[in-house]
Design a protein around this ligand. Sequence first.
Ligand code: UDP
Length: 464
Amino acid sequence: MGSQIHVMFLPYMAPGHMMPMVDIARLFAAQGIRVTIITTTMNAIGFKNSIERDVESGRNISLEILRFPSAEAGLPEGCENLSSAPTPETTIKLIHGIELLEPQIKILFRERRPDCIASDYIFWWTIDVATELGIPRLAFSGLPDQVEITRSQLPDLVKRRTEFSEFFDKLKEAERKSFGLLMNSFYELESAYSDHFTKVTGIKAWHLGPVNLFRSVNDNALRGDKATISEQRCLRWLDSKEPNSVLYVCFGSTARFSKAQILEIGNALEDSSYSFIWVVGKVLKEDNNEDHQQQEEWWLPEGYEEKLKENGKGLVIKGWAPQVLILHHPAIGGFLTHCGWNSILEGLCEGLPMVTWPIFAEQFYNEKLVTQVLKFGEPVGNKTWRVWATEDSTLISRSEIENAIRRVMGDENEAKEMRKRARRLAEWAKMAVEEGGSSCNDMKSLIEDIRMFKRLTEKTTKES
Ligand code: UDP
């Protein structure tokens, strides 16, 4: 065998992209690959400890930490991740800031000359550097399938050409030219779509997930932002509840609601006969400050939290929740989710049925997979794709929410069947990552493919 293969990973600066990609990078290192992860100062904080522990256990993995061009992009210091962008305007600046890193990252690739670049699919330009260096580019991507969906549940981009169309054309083109796609999924979960995708596009895809199943307990506690609630407090509260009796409610790292919608959710959770943990998001402050920068604040109906403290029915988390630890607790019986792909996998691995409430991105596709294809969830009935909620966004009423919760958490036969299906999926997921399982085999064959690519390139260079 030749020298150690070196793969450089470039994750995108959003938790739902970054955390699974770091997991994949660590998996590569566990397979004896030399790994470098490129990121920025604030983003590194979320996973530096896990990487240090990997190094201590003898793995060849390191971080390449870049300074984020905050001032150049007009951003406050420390705002380096989409989850820390409070308004649409800040998000646009942040996306611009990320773009400003391109020349620096290209130089890094040219200096280090890795054997392979594994990049988030959003960094479409990594295909140019990979081609220039004569090395394979792997794109880390979301779910590639299509299911029945209404027009209003689709982003404009899919319906007509918009200002983002050109950018998406570039992503697709880069994907087509890539060596293949890395999927945080497992073959058995979506085999029909996976086969269809490969047949139609001709692009190779390796299913390496669910990557969360490779994490240790320590990793789960340390991942992402710092939890805003003590894990002990959360777990103690759950310990006091019956098995399968609590609904976990979380809308991921970037979704925002209006006050009116938060009120409906709060009322629905109170109306429902189930206990709950609710990770509430921030809302935009009504009165802007002097420099007209919009600010965010926590908001809950007057007296809401006090009531919960008295009756013990619910736990509210303002900020980052230790989601994976919560989902793993036996008291959790269901998950009301915005259908971010990571959340779906994390809930699925725990065998949890879901109440689905997609908001934007590819979340409506994910919802259909859960409710129509795999049938282990019920929709609250959101029909409108929308990035930022405003006070005039269509509301999902308390009764719609409460009905969906009952259909999932209740004792009806349909709910029982859903729970059974969810548990079966969890078993399949575990089998996929075990020795001999489909994801484990895909990982090995991917590494062999990269080795083969390297050998062939070296042979061609020697001969010419
Ligand atoms: N997450 C978490 N605590 C929170 C919110 C989110 O740990 O309070 C994690 C969650 O476990 C998941 C990720 O952040 O791994 C969110 O990714 P997902 O694809 O579900 O949604 P996104 O945030 O990208 O919309």
